[in-house]
Design a protein around this ligand. Structure first.
Ligand code: NDP
Length: 482
């Protein structure tokens, strides 16, 4: 029987004005459910209630908030198998990655549960006699969260958990490609000891309900992860109301492989970084910048590894790379394959649509060689299981190529030379730098974000999240004595 799923509007599960179908990209005959699409009137109603709920929530004691966040995180970790299966079924990442994502999402809640207890201000003496100063952080208010489909549970969690930790209300618009994971997370949150309407779920098209949400003067902040054009539009809309914005918009990450690198390690890092999550990660290693003396040996091993990868149904044992998320994304990927060839790069393996026993959006992991950094395949975020190898003559050129991009989220170097590793760590113009590690894969207790077109606004995650989700208040206190 088809599952009809509702939005959470002003604290009540509510049908929409219409519904969309959500199908499994590994097998489109598998209908996951039908998902309500919120109306503008529902959005307004939930925003009204969120403002009231926020003041109620902010007044909760810190242990009460701790208990709520801890309960959410603990339940997610306990149900990682079940919720990870649902996530993989609707997004297409292999089951181990789906389970890992849900577990990690739970860790964001337990981390920020602890942060509710650790919020400390600053005390100072005034320059005026008899006056003391107290500086502390307060909630921003109602936060709009707009999340993508590629990490549907983790990305939302690393925004929702700190928002709640610091006393805010949340109105969440998840990507329409992955609504089931959103509903599962909100079902857990809604069962907790929270004010009615503190967290809202408004599923719907980004261009409609997402746009209405970011344009609303009733929100105080918007945290977005997605594409550059949508991010630019959101920033433009938000500034009309001086709404604070935080955005993460992908990248064109490079992994530099030096002549002194352990090549087996380099290939393992490149394969995982380029093809993990079917290449649909903002931290994916889409550019492989390789020293010319090890180029041929590296490419030989990389191609052997890519050819050996088992592409298949996300929920099947042994699958290393699942399908692309949608037909639209698959077609865009195949267009990039054609573009790369027309630009003069040589496709040495993969990059083709695959026919499988199930009707899904499958393609083989592809490797370009002979590519130049000014080609569009090395300039634009493809979000595809495609890696381009760029040959360089030495470390200086490698660093130049790594930095020669408008993005700047992550970068990596594979080397056994400490001096080079240190120089790279200091001079790579990215928000995260990896030494002998994949460009993808970050922790939850430290800042995450990039430079250039990759990010805008304060960092996410760890203690750094307080910068976005709080406003500083400076109080001057006099004893009242003359
Ligand atoms: P989008 O930027 O369109 O979508 C991201 C989120 O924004 C979704 O929830 C989407 O809703 C919403 N959205 C879309 N338009 C608006 C709008 N006008 N106002 C408010 N919210 C809006 O990314 P796509 O999913 O279309 O992916 C396209 C490309 O974006 C990818 O190929 C990749 O290059 C990049 N991307 C980068 C990500 C990252 O991690 N940095 C994540 C996802 C994509 P809905 O989907 O329901 O329309």
């Amino acid at each position: 029987m088809t599952r009809h799923t509702l939005n959470l509007i002003a604290g009540d599960w509510t049908a929409g004005t219409s519904e969309i179908e959500n199908r499994n990209p590994s097998d489109v005959s598998d209908l996951i459910g039908r998902f309500a699409q919120a109306s503008r009137a529902q959005l307004d109603a939930t925003l009204e209630r969120a403002a009231v709920a926020q003041t109620e929530w902010a007044a909760y004691g810190i242990e009460r908030k701790y208990n709520v966040l801890m309960a959410i995180g603990t339940e997610m970790m306990a149900r990682a198998e079940e919720l990870g299966t649902l996530l993989s079924r609707e997004e297409g990442k292999p089951l181990a990655e789906g389970k890992g994502e849900v577990y990690r999402a739970g860790q964001f809640f337990t981390y920020y549960a602890a942060e509710t207890l650790r919020q400390m201000g600053e005390a100072a003496d005034s320059v005026r006699d008899g006056i003391e100063i107290d500086v502390r952080r307060e909630a921003v208010g109602v936060v709009a969260i707009i999340s993508p489909w590629n990490f549907p549970t983790a990305t939302a969690s690393w925004k929702i958990a700190p928002a709640l930790c610091y006393g805010n209300a949340v109105v969440w618009k998840p990507a329409n490609a992955t609504p089931a994971s959103a509903v599962a997370l909100v079902e857990i949150i809604a069962r907790q000891d929270i004010p009615k309407g503190l967290v809202s779920l408004v599923m719907g098209a980004g261009s409609e309900i997402g746009q209405a949400l970011v344009e609303s003067p009733k929100i105080d902040a918007v945290s977005f992860t997605g594409s550059v054009p949508v991010g630019r539009g959101i920033a433009t809309a938000a500034i009309q109301n001086f709404t604070r914005v935080q955005m993460e918009m992908g990248s064109k990450n490079a992994l530099a492989v030096m002549d002194d690198a352990d090549l087996d390690l380099a290939v393992t890092l490149a394969l995982g970084g380029a093809f993990g999550g079917t290449g649909q990660k903002c931290t994916a290693s889409s550019r492989l910048v390789v020293h010319e003396t090890v180029h041929d040996a590296f490419v030989e091993k990389l191609v052997a590894g890519a050819r050996a990868m088992k592409v298949g149904h996300a929920l099947e044992n042994g699958t290393q790379m699942g399908p692309v998320v949608s037909e639209q994304q698959l077609n865009a990927n195949l267009d990039y394959v054609a573009l790369g060839k027309s630009e003069g790069a040589e496709l040495v393996c993969g990059g083709e649509r695959l026919e499988m026993p199930h009707d899904g959006f499958y393609m083989s992991p592809g490797v370009f060689v002979g590519s130049k950094n000014d080609m569009r395949i090395n300039r634009e975020e493809m979000f595809a299981p495609l890696a381009s190898v760029i040959s360089v003559t030495g470390y200086d050129e490698a660093l130049h190529v790594v930095n020669d991009t408008r993005f700047g989220l992550t970068s990596g170097i594979v080397t056994t030379n400490l001096a080079r590793a240190s120089h790279f760590r200091r001079n790579a113009r990215t928000g995260c730098v990896m030494v002998n590690l994949p460009t993808a894969g970050t922790d939850y207790h430290v800042p995450f974000g990039g430079r250039g077109d990759s990010s805008y606004g304060p960092r996410e995650q760890g203690k750094a999240a307080a910068e976005f989700y709080t406003i500083v208040k400076t109080a001057y206190i006099s004893s009242g004595q003359p």
